[in-house]
Design a protein around this ligand. Structure first.
Ligand code: MG
Ligand code: MG
Length: 273
């Protein structure tokens, strides 16, 4: 069952999403080689709780036990759900950082992939295209379209135009009083298929795109999902609301990109398609 949101509910979700973005921006301001996932996780948890909000991922139930972090920190070949660890980040690492909060009864969810210093040209291209996939998907989130139109746009750019692997096992989702609500929002699909998009739909669109093949493997910790060929993966996510005038992006990557431009340890992701 899809719960469509009122304008008031969308404003509450926007507040949660902006806190997620503020958390990402804070992480972007301190990231550097030598820092660990546990360190940024602690920073994120403190910032979220200082606002009176709850980190949505911490304690999230899974088959192998609750998720231990406030952030998912997915490095290089890790696609998503990386557990924050004490392994220091290295120059050239690609870090996908996913964050969610619960605030005033509503969730916000967003992700951003950072590069620590310079990365290989093919990795740079992957990040730029995955980011573009996110915006191509968002552009399809309009009243009268269907969920399959979003996945089609993402798959078209990533798979057919660039030959990247589009992850099938993990998908975007509705966001509201639950972190993961209906509908599922796959990053692949057919035009005109899937649930009809109506005013008040709030969804997380989150392309997970692999430099190599689309196959994944789950590690024994029950959380970490990596690429089977161990090639790099990227992940960008926004929570958006569908209005009569089109998609309204509730999370804010500009805050993150400003922090990146002020941090000499990070390089900006180029805009390309
Ligand atoms: Mg997320
Ligand atoms: Mg999500």
């Amino acid at each position: 069952m899809i719960y469509y949101k009122t304008a008031e509910e969308i404003e509450l979700i926007r507040q949660s999403c902006l806190l997620v973005s503020k958390t990402h921006a804070h992480v972007a301001s301190i990231l550097k080689p030598g820092m660990t996932g546990l360190q940024i996780d602690k920073e994120a948890e403190t910032l979220i709780r200082d606002h009176g909000a709850i980190p949505a991922f911490k304690g999230y139930p899974g088959a192998a036990g609750p998720f231990p972090g406030s952030l998912c920190v997915s490095i290089n070949e890790t696609i998503v759900h990386g557990i924050p660890s004490d392994v220091p980040f290295e120059e050239g690492d690609v870090l996908s950082i996913d964050c969610g909060v619960l605030w005033h009864g509503f969730y916000g969810d967003a992700a951003y992939t950072f590069k620590l210093g310079e990365v290989a040209a093919d990795v740079e291209g992957l990040l730029a295209v995955t980011r573009e996939c996110l915006y191509r998907g968002i552009a399809e989130a309009r009243v009268g379209n269907r969920i399959g139109d979003i996945g089609f746009a993402i798959q078209e750019l990533a798979e057919r135009q660039h030959g990247y692997g589009v992850v099938r096992e993990l998908v975007g989702h509705g966001v509201g009083k639950q972190l993961h609500e209906a509908p599922e929002v796959p990053n692949y699909g057919k035009r005109g298929r899937g649930p009809l998009i109506k005013e008040g739909l709030v969804i997380a669109i989150e392309p997970m795109i692999n430099l190599g093949g689309r196959q994944v493997r789950q590690l024994k910790d029950g959380w970490t999902v990596i690429t089977r060929d161990r090639k790099v993966s990227a992940h960008y996510e926004h929570t958006i609301a569908v209005g009569l005038n089109g998609p309204d992006i509730l999370s804010d990557h500009r805050m993150i990109e400003e922090a990146i431009s002020n941090n000499p340890e990070l390089s900006e992701v180029s805009v390309k398609s």
